[in-house]
Design a protein around this ligand. Structure first.
Ligand SMILES: NC(=O)c1ccc[n+]([C@@H]2O[C@H](COP(=O)([O-])OP(=O)(O)OC[C@H]3O[C@@H](n4cnc5c(N)ncnc54)[C@H](O)[C@@H]3O)[C@@H](O)[C@H]2O)c1
Length: 314
């Protein structure tokens, strides 16, 4: 039986991943500052909560010592806008916390750590159309800086200690559970959720604003897949991923195909549109496809259909 420890396990991605790993027969421990008894029940006794902070070295060590995981999936972090409102807290959790996770793995004999990095690691110099996997990373916000720090730290642990560090770089993730307050790219998720609940929704971007997204089940699947991938073909420690590119108008049309009475309108805000337009649309995921067989399972229509079904079944 494989034992998995997920940091930030009660978060958006962590919850989908935990249920997916339980379905695959794993015992899962969720290390997080938050906990949720109702969610734990969905694991039929196979999901355990380890409450603690990534910013607390002893709590990280204790969680890893008690769970004795075969691998750690490190997805706990402070995300924008909170990371930029308090860069000091983001450094403590995202950078020091990553160091504590890697050290705990090294000291307690956990051989593999899989990390959730981000398109935000690239920064404003990145091309908008397609970003090569090894494009220079010069982020300007603390969140992006903390992602680059952890990628490089993980590579250091691999070189220095032979720790099997692996990472994916996600584009913005789209799915039920993405909070409306989690940054300006959350509108794609909120639009589907509101429509599925029968409520009107105004998108605050221009209709032709295009964004690259990855459906949540594909994001969770990528972490599960990379955690169990054969190490021999891996040519990188950090792999960029891509789902699909969609304009706000195409998303609205897809929503109407699945929720015929949806009421989606556009009330473009210049600043939000400009921000969404500044994010690279596509990360080149060809190395992930070649080295460990990565491929997203959901296109736009499959993602919206599954999203609506999930909202209505929740
Ligand atoms: N959601 C996206 O669009 C997206 C895109 C790219 C990368 N990522 C990365 O994926 C990972 C998961 O993101 P998410 O969308 O699930 O975010 P989320 O905010 O939903 O989940 C993060 C989790 O980390 C926990 N956390 C925060 N501070 C902590 C601390 N001090 N100690 C322990 N746990 C703490 C939170 O309680 C939360 O449960 C993050 O590393 C994020 O940077 C997410």
């Amino acid at each position: 039986m494989t034992r998995s420890l997920i940091t930030g396990g009660f978060g958006f991605i962590g919850r989908y991943l935990a249920l997916m790993l339980v379905d695959a027969g794993h015992e899962v421990t969720l290390f997080d500052i938050a906990t949720d008894e109702a969610f734990l029940k969905r694991g039929n006794g196979r999901i355990t909560s380890a409450k603690g902070s990534l910013a607390n070295w002893a709590e990280v060590m204790d969680a890893v010592a008690v769970a004795r995981p075969d691998h750690i999936i490190h997805s706990g972090a402070i995300l924008p806008p909170a990371s930029e409102a308090s860069p000091q807290a983001a450094f403590e959790v995202n950078v020091n916390g990553s160091y504590y996770v890697l050290e705990a793995a090294r000291l307690l004999g956990v051989t593999r750590v899989v990390y959730a990095s981000s398109v935000a690691s690239y920064g404003p110099d990145a091309p908008r159309d397609i970003v090569p996997n090894d494009f220079a990373q010069h982020p300007t916000g603390m969140y992006g800086v903390s992602k680059v720090c952890t990628e490089r730290l993980g590579e250091y642990y691999h070189r220095r200690y032979g720790l099997d560090f692996r990472a994916v770089r996600f584009p913005p993730i789209f799915g039920l559970g993405r909070a409306a307050s989690s940054g300006w790219t959350a509108f794609t998720s909120v639009a589907v959720e509101e429509a599925a609940l029968g409520r009107p929704y105004a998108m605050h971007v221009a209709p032709e604003t295009a964004t690259g997204v990855l459906y949540i089940r594909d994001a969770a699947q990528s972490l599960a897949d990379l955690a169990k991938a054969d190490g021999a073909p891996l040519t990188q420690r950090c792999y960029s991923l891509h789902g699909f590119v969609v304009t706000a108008r195409e998303l609205a049309e897809a929503i109407v195909r699945h929720v015929p009475d949806a009421r989606i309108t556009f009330e473009p805000d210049e600043q939000i549109t400009e921000f969404v337009n500044s994010i690279p649309q596509k990360l080149d995921d060809s190395l992930a496809r070649k080295d460990w067989g990565w491929r997203p399972r959901h296109d736009l229509d499959e993602a919206v259909a599954d999203f609506v079904k999930t909202v209505r079944g929740a």
